[in-house]
Design a protein around this ligand. Structure first.
Ligand SMILES: Cc1ncc(COP(=O)(O)O)c(C=O)c1O
Length: 436
């Protein structure tokens, strides 16, 4: 019998050759660790609407959507036009670009914040948020949650995806112990645990940072009571609440803060807000943001608020990611999520579905986990077989077992139907092979 690895290798020969070449000039042949998987990754050539094509000419319906960046879909014609016109007026002006003011106002209205500062990536913006919080509170410690990811700077790279369940596990070699000594780790959705930690350290804590809907261990929303408890403790002990909305900010019209009806002190936006171009934001209450400035808190970046990203973002937030269009994507997401639930019922397999806004994911487990400790107990072997099989049939379901799908405003009902047809076939086979 021919194995899924054989099928994958036959379909992706040119990717394999490119991978062999790439390995000699880039570690693991990729520009980000998250783009590598076994036996080797595919190399993409272009994308349009809901589709991408690889070097072998295979077409895929893409549900990874640039790890959540492409809420507007690939190469939206109106974004292409906007960027083409922007290029003619320079890609970078050096001094402040007039339209950054317009974009700042749009973001203030939509996300209920008073002031914003722009940068290019989520990593930069979370790094800035921490510095701002420390300067504002004049305290050092930061609380983060296990399983939450805030980018690839050192300070929060602890207990992101530990395979060992110990209390403190740095996520990478090369991070000095001292750099992490002010980072405390708490369990997601565990109010009692959080309160215990705060009772000991609360007066030294500058901020708690979280993904309000955790999207780096699949998709695990916060319980509202848990969140409210965290806000109350933050007020009582005088530390800030930071929502890392790098993912959530583009998956619900006004992000998770709008969804939960809460106003954190700082929020971070990135990924989807500029229609596929690099732009990130740290934003929040006026008194907190006011610590930034020359001879005050450092905040800089050559490419911050570059004209291409700013123009694309204004267009994205006002014309494309409208309430109506977001609702359209949400409705398709409900169809996909319900479709997976029906398949699980029909095949009688342990598969659970979690959805929020325009994203969702599946777990090969009876129930959606509540936190990282439950998540890490799930056997991920079936997921990899599912993933390679989905790829072999022209569907990129999501990027990894700890990721989620993104439904863009350019996906169609036919895309969802095709995704579910393939999933039904793949999961039926998996049930036989893995006794799910
Ligand atoms: C919640 C969250 N925060 C921050 C980041 C880092 O963003 P970037 O990759 O743009 O640096 C990511 C990236 O996936 C993320 O998911």
């Amino acid at each position: 019998m021919i194995s899924i690895n054989d099928i994958y290798e036959r379909k992706t020969r040119l990717s394999y050759y490119l991978y062999r070449e790439a390995r000699s000039v880039m570690p693991y042949g990729v520009s980000s660790n998250y783009r590598y998987w076994e036996p080797y990754p595919i190399y993409l050539v272009k994308g349009k609407g809901s589709r991408v094509w690889d070097v072998d000419g295979n077409e895929y319906i893409d549900f990874n959507m640039g790890f959540g960046v492409l809420e507007v879909g690939h190469s939206h014609p109106r974004i292409v036009e906007e960027v083409r016109r922007a290029v003619e007026d320079s890609t970078i002006l050096g001094f402040e670009y007039e339209k950054s003011v317009e974009l700042a106002k749009i973001i203030c209205n939509r996300y209920n914040v008073d002031m914003v500062r722009f940068s290019s990536t989520g990593t930069e913006a979370t790094m800035h948020a921490i510095r701002i919080a420390r300067a504002y509170t004049k305290r050092k410690k930061i609380i983060k949650f296990e399983g939450h990811y805030h980018g690839s700077h050192d300070q929060l790279l602890i207990n992101v995806n530990p395979m060992r369940l110990e209390s403190r596990v740095p996520t990478s070699p090369g991070i000095p112990e001292e750099t992490l000594s002010n980072t405390l780790v708490a369990d997601w959705n565990d109010y009692e645990g959080f309160e215990r930690l705060v009772r000991v350290h609360g007066n030294d804590v500058a901020a708690v940072i979280m993904e309000p809907v955790a999207m780096n261990m699949g998709l695990i929303p916060a319980d509202l009571d848990f969140l409210k408890g965290v806000f109350d403790l933050a007020r009582d002990y005088g530390f800030l609440v930071i929502f890392d909305e790098v993912k959530t900010g583009g998956k619900f019209y006004s992000g998770a803060s709008g969804y939960y009806g809460l106003k954190p002190d700082l929020i971070i936006l990135a990924k989807a807000i500029a229609g596929g171009l690099p732009l990130s934001v740290v934003a929040g209450r006026r008194k907190v943001m006011s610590v930034i400035g020359p001879e005050k808190v450092a905040h800089g970046g050559t490419f911050n608020a570059n004209p291409l990203s700013v123009k694309a973002s204004i267009f994205t937030l006002t014309e494309l990611l409208t309430q109506n269009n977001m609702y359209y994507a949400y409705r398709l997401n409900s169809l996909l999520s319900k479709g997976y639930e029906d398949i699980a019922d029909d095949l009688d397999i342990d598969l659970s579905v979690s959805m929020w806004g325009t994203s969702g994911t599946i777990y090969f487990a009876e129930k959606v986990p509540k936190n990282y400790k439950e998540f890490v107990r799930i056997d991920q072997k079936p997921w990899y077989v599912y993933f390679l099989n989905m790829l072999a049939h022209g569907i990129i379901p999501m990027a990894d077992y700890d990721e989620q799908w993104t439904i863009s405003i350019q996906h169609t009902e036919e895309d969802i139907t095709r995704h579910l047809e393939v999933a039904q076939m793949v999961l039926k086979k998996l049930k036989e092979d893995y006794k799910l």
